[in-house]
Ligand binder design. Structure first.
Ligand code: COA
Length: 228
């Protein structure tokens, strides 16, 4: 009986000290997650139960080993993290401060992706390459960017600071700062808080076919209105 009590005591001590160490090391990240997720109820809930935070904690370790060229160990940690969290971050990816992945499942971040500070990703986001090219082949994401659920940002492109990528968008071209991008392929619908009239805009339109369809839709609407 006493032996079992001792074993339980040791387990309790180990778990509590792990929680205390993690709280101290990742205090800022937990607070950031609490700010970005209105559903987060407490510090402890985020620390112990948020997969997005756990993926970041594993990634910080994996990235350290990647930078000192212990690639196998780095990859081992990132694969373990993938199994535990459903989030795959290549150890080579460079991620800034105040990063948070909400919900998380299905997120993939490629080796040469660079992510600025204050970035928020939702589930199912891919920051990927477009083919089998080598070198820098994944996106660079600016500061305070939000990438909606299911969005794919592909290739060595840059998403400017404070931009918003809509849910399920497929972005394959650079995005200017302070923009909102939606659709497949992604097109800028707002910049610096102003809505962009797609049919009149020739700078931000990333897809001429989409532009033609929208012009046709507009003309059909006008004809219908005239008929009424
Ligand atoms: C893009 C988004 C940020 C809205 O931005 P907004 O600037 O407020 O855009 P609006 O709602 O004014 O919509 C602007 C236009 O884009 C369209 N649109 C908005 N979101 C879109 C999307 N994800 N895909 C395609 N079109 C979209 C709207 O229908 C509207 O079209 P219209 O001008 O022809 O009427 C938002 O719709 C979005 O996708 N957020 C992601 C949220 C998310 O992933 N949450 C996960 C929670 S688990």
């Amino acid at each position: 009986m006493i032996v079992w009590l001792k074993i339980l005591g040791v387990i309790f001590l180990l778990v509590t000290s792990k929680i205390i160490i993690l709280s101290a090391l990742f205090y800022r990240e937990v607070r950031n997650a609490q700010k970005k997720d209105p559903a987060a109820k407490s510090f402890l809930e985020v620390l112990l139960l948020y997969q997005g935070l756990h993926a970041l904690i594993y990634h910080r370790q994996a990235h350290f080993f990647y930078t000192i060229r212990l690639f196998f160990l780095a990859r081992l940690i990132s694969q373990f993290s993938r199994h535990m969290t459903g989030i795959e971050i290549h150890p080579g990816a460079r991620i800034g401060r105040d990063f948070f992945i909400d919900h998380g499942m299905g997120v993939v971040i490629g080796e040469t992706a660079v992510i600025g500070d204050g970035v928020l990703l939702y589930q199912g986001v891919t920051l990927g390459g477009t083919g089998l090219e080598k070198g820098k082949r994944h996106p660079t994401i600016g500061n305070n960017v939000v990438i909606g659920t299911g969005a794919k940002v592909l290739g060595n492109i840059t998403v400017g600071d404070n931009s918003y990528i809509g849910a399920n968008a497929v972005v394959i071209n650079d995005v200017p700062p302070n923009s909102t991008v939606v659709g497949v392929p992604g097109r800028v619908t707002k910049q610096d808080g102003k809505k962009i009239e797609v049919s009149l805009d020739h700078i931000h339109v990333l897809d001429p076919i989409m532009q033609t369809i929208e012009e046709l839709e507009k003309r059909v609407r006008e004809l219908e209105n005239r008929g009424n």
